[in-house]
Design a binder for this molecule. Structure first.
Ligand SMILES: Nc1ccn([C@@H]2O[C@H](COP(=O)(O)OP(=O)(O)OP(=O)(O)O)[C@@H](O)[C@H]2O)c(=O)n1
Ligand SMILES: C/C(=C\CO)CCC[C@H](C)CCC[C@H](C)CCCC(C)C
Length: 327
């Protein structure tokens, strides 16, 4: 990220002290429009704009459209679980990891059970697992501690699922239940495509963006909620096909745009409640709408069996969100 390089003469003692005290890994971020910038600020060498209680990072020159507010972990961040200092961050993260691993296992087993009992058909089960697993996974992020290592603990869950998919996909171990819940045709090797890419994206998002950036939150919302609903709605109501792709329908794409947009806004609001970032909502709605539009367009394109939606949708969402949000 390009940081403004402020004049050396403008460095204040307060700025230097505060900068030293704050490590990047422990910072929370806020994306605000220029008019939200704190009026009282001095420059420091790292490109951080220091105010009395907040640290601003400039993503360009002084007139840049983007401003990034970095906050040290503080009283503002709410921990959803294991509150209090008794357990310590390590224990909290270990507990949260065990809980989410169990949740992931229960989700897949639960949908397998529903499919076996013929409560829902296999394809609907697969799409509901697609929608719910990523969204619930993201929804669990606040139960991890505010420590630097928290994201690595959280990433353990998709990493374990990655290993599980690999082992079963390569038929090293056979588990018909897993195959039934997450594949289209019930073939083991299918685990090595869509589902594997899906968990890879979860790993990437938690390690790179974590809960501190709207980029990962929006990309996962589009992949899980948007792309998942396009299939469900498209298969049921997709009578009118898109002119350039006879396999996709207006109903699927419009549902993807609307639901992906709403879930993205909902998830951003959810994380802002916990204080991980603050957003100017009018500005955010515009940008999320743009990301949803680009992701929907890319999803609707013919691929001829090429690029999987679980790669194209999150990657293009990340890129668009990165360009529009600024990080
Ligand atoms: N914009 C969209 C997206 C999907 N669909 C419907 O949902 C089905 C599955 O779409 P998609 O998930 O893109 O297909 P595949 O990649 O073949 O399947 P999957 O990703 O689920 O493995 C399509 O055949 C179509 O009926 C649609 O109508 N409009
Ligand atoms: C069917 C899928 C993709 C095809 O488009 C999704 C596959 C999902 C994985 C097998 C399971 C992933 C679990 C998540 C990493 C964690 C979910 C935790 C939550 C608490 C349920």
């Amino acid at each position: 990220m390009a940081m403004a390089s402020p004049p050396q003469s403008a460095i204040s003692t307060t700025a230097t002290t505060t900068t030293a005290a704050v490590t990047t890994a422990n910072l929370r971020v806020s994306f605000l429009r220029p008019q939200f910038c704190h009026p009282r600020r001095d420059f420091c060498p790292a490109g951080l704009l220091i105010s009395s209680d907040r640290i601003w990072s400039s993503c360009g020159d002084a007139n840049s459209q983007r401003r990034l507010l970095l906050l040290p972990p503080s009283r503002n961040v709410r921990s959803a679980a294991f509150a209090g200092g008794v357990s310590g961050p390590l224990l909290q993260d270990a507990g949260a990891t065990v809980l989410v691993v169990a949740g992931a296992y229960a989700l897949v087993a639960g949908f397998d059970n529903l499919t076996k009992r013929q409560v829902i058909e296999q394809n609907l089960s697969r799409k509901l697992v697609h929608i719910l697993s990523g969204l619930l996974y993201m929804g669990c992020w606040p139960i991890f501690s505010t420590s630097t290592e928290a994201r690595y603990f959280a990433a353990v869950v998709p990493i374990l699922n990655f290993t599980r998919l690999l082992v079963h996909g390569l038929s090293l171990v056979t588990n018909e239940d897993l195959i039934k819940s997450v594949t289209r045709e019930g073939k083991a090797e299918e685990l090595l495509r869509g589902p594997l890419y899906y968990v890879l994206v979860l790993i990437l998002s938690s390690l790179v963006f974590w809960r501190e950036s709207p980029v990962g939150v929006v990309a996962l919302s589009m992949m899980c909620g948007g792309d998942g609903i396009a299939d469900i709605m498209g298969r049921r109501f997709g009578f009118h096909k898109i002119p350039y792709n006879k396999h996709k329908s207006w109903a699927g794409s419009i549902s993807m745009f609307v639901v992906g947009f709403l879930i993205s806004i909902g998830m951003l609001y959810y994380f802002s409640i916990f204080g991980y970032f603050e957003l100017d909502w009018v500005w955010t709605v515009e940008r999320v709408a743009m990301v949803a539009m680009v992701a929907t367009l890319v999803e609707s394109l013919p691929t001829n069996g090429g690029l999987d939606d679980n790669i194209s949708v999150p990657l293009v969402s990340m890129l668009t969100a990165y360009l529009s949000f600024g990080i």
